[in-house]
Ligand binder design. Sequence first.
Ligand code: ZN
Length: 310
Amino acid sequence: MRCPRCETSLSVIIKGYFQRNNTPAEKRQRFLCKSCKSQFSQTSGSLDEGQKRPDLHHPIFMLLISGVSQRRAAKLCSTTQITVVRKLVRMAKFSQAAHAARLSGMRKSVKTAVFDEMEAFEHSKCKPVAIAVAVEEGSRIILSATAASMPAKGRLAAISRRRYGKRVDHRKHALGMALATISHVAAADLLVKSDQCPRYPKLVRKHLPGAEHKTFKGRRGCVVGQGELKGGGWDPLFSLNHTCAMVRDNVKCLSRRTWCTTKRVDRLQCRLDLYVGAHNVMIDLKHQGRGTQKIWPLGVLAVAPAGAAM
Ligand SMILES: [Zn+2]
């Protein structure tokens, strides 16, 4: 057993047991580090640390990345919505940390990246949300998915302003995050692809100065594919559109024509963080020919976020 503070196992001895206050109750081994005098157990710094219902992590995780709403996840796990939200926030932090570790391992490896924004809304169509998504072309690894509030467009703009006041536009910031992530993992000869949105070229020049930027005309969505997959033959942005369709399908509050809407942008971000971790692990497994393997124990949530340990 390694001491989480000294990162060594040389001075660690066992020091009795303790009863965990969780359900089902269990006995846990306690350890003592003789050099820094800290005491810890096997769960210190892990997802289960200090949790009364660590047994709920796995089912809630699987339900929330499989297109089930938080309410229904609570019903299916015989727990409360509050517990589901708390678990969601905690697991999202771990998923973020694991994603950051993955990105550091991908440095200078991405040759082609595709980015775009998806549209969703919180509570009402009058309060739209943009989700900036960046994926690696080919592998369809999600590099970044960031939700940001945006003002309503078209005939809803006036209604939105009257009901909810002026809505702040954080799209530039979210897109900047996506592009900064691309630049973090980009190879020297990076090619970025996107649609022909007039806001994109300037941001690409700012965040990815050396990269080549190719744009493609946007197309109408086909009947299936959550409006993200495009009809009419070969799609140059397929990697991104397919990924966006998967995100929409598997994060319940993003489905189209749904009455299950997200109520908070930060919680939507948690759902996205959770899905991104799971999606990338599923892709890894598929490439390794281990598609039927369980994704849960494979490190989706194995990296502790800063400040979680001890
Ligand atoms: Zn120590």
